[in-house]
Structures are given as structure tokens and as C-alpha cells.
Write a protein of this length. Structure first.
Length: 202
């Protein structure tokens, strides 16, 4: 990575530098290795910038589609052992990818099925049954700062996400404004997936 690119990538303010207002999610337990990822940091590979982004693009798109987000909205990518999260304001969440036991306030959450989370709801991840990486999406997407056009985390260069690292207990993740319609229900028209693949639980 050249000096100019490195400078522009390291001067972006971190969400950890100031109090977070608006809708947000608090990390109670980070899991084994959980990072913020999106569609990737494209267009600067000639300057040594890694693409990063979700390892399983389709799974992240399914989670995003379930909550009415664009395919490339920022999500959490959890490896092997997922996090525990508290939703501080009303939101809609969904998971995709690896088959792990996920629950909201103790009620199981099926993959690809959105769930309305009331303020204070706790999302927990349990045992993994199959696969390595699960994706957790919230309506609106995660609102960490963009670095070179992407919110994706690359730990090696400490770029993107939350200070370029995996999540830690106590991190607070802001959410962007929801793009869901109908009073918070995901807008199927905004997704690229057929509505027959999706359902919603309230």
C-alpha cells in the first residue's frame, strides 16, 4: 500500500472515538472472530489495498435481503462461534450462512427469516452445526465509517470496521436508517431474492 493510500485509510475517524447516537447494537460477547464486512473494498488493488469483504457473499446477501437492505450493506461476519448482542433500539435482524443456533430473547431464529427485535432484545449464538461463517444483518446496515469506499474490516492493515479489528465486548455499533417499508417490515421489492425464499417473524 502506498503512503498516500495508507494515510487516507488511517485518518478516518473510528466509531470508538465518540459516543454513538441513534439506533445501535452493543456487543456483550464478541464470539471467536467477528468482524464488520460488506461487499468489499474494490478499485485500489493496484495500490496494494486488499478487497476484504464477506467470505460468503451469497450468505451475506441473503441476510441483507431478509431485512430489506441492499445486497452490499455492512453486516457482521461471525466465524465458528458467534457473538452475543443487545439491540438498544427497535430493529429487524436476520442471519445467513453457517448453520448455528441463534436466538433472540431465547426464541430460535431460523436462517433467512427476519425477526423484529424490540429495544433491549438480546441476540445470542450457540452451537455450530455446519459451516464456518454466519452473517448477522440489521435493517439499515451497520454504520461504521467507510474507508476507501467500504466498511469491511481488514485486520492485517487495521483498516475498516471497528478500528480495523475483530469485535470486543463493550463495542457499540451504530445502525444506518432503515430502508424497510411498511412500518419496519422488510421491503421485498428492494431485494434481489424471490420473496418465496423469505419470511418474517413478529
Amino acid at each position: 500500500m502506498d503512503d498516500a493510500t495508507r494515510s487516507s485509510a488511517t485518518t478516518v475517524p473510528s466509531i470508538a472515538d465518540a459516543p454513538v447516537a441513534g439506533r445501535r447494537v452493543t456487543v456483550l460477547a464478541p464470539g471467536l472472530f467477528t468482524t464488520v464486512q460488506d461487499a468489499g473494498r474494490w478499485g485500489a488493488q493496484d495500490r496494494g489495498v486488499p478487497v476484504s469483504g464477506a467470505m460468503d457473499v451469497r450468505a451475506s446477501e441473503i441476510a441483507n435481503a431478509a431485512v430489506g437492505n441492499p445486497p452490499g450493506a455492512a453486516v457482521l461476519e461471525a466465524t465458528i462461534l458467534g457473538p452475543s448482542l443487545r439491540v438498544e433500539q427497535d430493529a429487524v435482524c436476520a442471519v445467513g450462512g453457517a448453520d448455528i443456533i441463534v436466538a433472540v430473547d431465547g426464541e430460535a431464529l431460523a436462517r433467512g427469516r427476519p425477526r423484529r427485535c424490540r429495544a433491549g432484545a438480546v441476540l445470542t449464538c450457540g452451537a455450530r452445526r455446519d459451516g464456518a461463517r454466519a452473517y448477522i444483518a440489521f435493517d439499515g446496515g451497520l454504520d461504521v465509517p467507510e474507508v476507501l469506499g467500504s466498511r469491511s474490516t481488514h485486520r492485517g492493515s487495521q483498516m475498516g470496521g471497528v478500528r480495523g479489528r475483530a469485535l470486543r465486548a463493550g463495542d457499540v455499533l451504530p445502525l444506518r436508517a432503515s430502508q424497510a417499508g411498511d412500518g419496519g417490515r422488510p421491503d421485498r421489492k428492494s431485494t434481489r431474492l424471490n420473496s418465496s425464499h423469505l419470511g418474517i417473524s413478529y
